[in-house]
Design a protein around this ligand. Sequence first.
Ligand SMILES: Nc1ncnc2c1ncn2[C@@H]1O[C@H](COP(=O)(O)OP(=O)(O)OP(=O)(O)O)[C@@H](O)[C@H]1O
Length: 259
Amino acid sequence: MAEQKQDERIPTVIADDLHIVYRVNGAKSGKGSATAALSRILKRGEERGVRKVHAVRGVSFVAYRGEAIGLIGSNGSGKSTLLRAIAGLLPAEQGKVYTDGQPSLLGVNAALMNDLTGERNVILGGLAMGMSREEIKERYQDIVDFSGINEKGDFITLPMRTYSSGMAARLRFSIAAAKDHDVLMIDEALATGDRKFQKRSEDRIRELRKEAGTVFLVSHNNKSIRDTCNRVLWLERGELRMDGPTDEVLKEYEKFTGK
Ligand SMILES: Nc1ncnc2c1ncn2[C@@H]1O[C@H](COP(=O)(O)OP(=O)(O)OP(=O)(O)O)[C@@H](O)[C@H]1O
């Protein structure tokens, strides 16, 4: 498109006919005849006792800098799998994902250490995201303030195992949101935390978006998606059912779910 301005529409993530398949150990059933077992073994590509879950099926899209993209769909439709694949954590069975820069995945299960204090986790989490010690030091107080962990006492010096799941999720979000990301992926982080924290997170996502990154947000909360995202990808059974402006996609999705 020759008339496009150069500083606009810079692709950050390209998924091209992406297929992700999980392989799960364990036969469907310990019972069954020897013939059935044999036919399973002989069936091309299917090892004995390994089941395949085809979680993402032929998904293609291009994400651009400055976009905040919501991923919606029923339980098990492949949203988290797609995020993990974009983050490079899952190999593609078929197709490809191209990313510009290192995507950072911020999930409620992001690996922080339960036995370490919040304070140590802020440092470790920052280092894991590629921040320097100096940067972490500079932003430490902002991270703690943003998380609201210390609002009801000096929790940041306690091990994370003493936190409620909401507190832990808030800390994870705060650590990840402290850095400017090329591509930031958030899995349900906004579902936890109180209203005040949700509002802070949404504001921060908008800022990150302005700071030229691309944000992906997986959420079952249509309001969070509406307030945060300009575009939505709707997955069902691993397939991309719709890709478009938030309002248009949510309208169809709400018809589908009856909400
Ligand atoms: N580690 C795994 N091993 C095997 N199968 C998996 C694994 N993770 C997910 N799946 C399967 O892949 C499919 C997609 O799961 P995924 O978690 O991506 O869906 P989701 O849309 O994020 O779901 P939810 O909204 O419930 O969080 C499901 O059928 C799920 O059972």
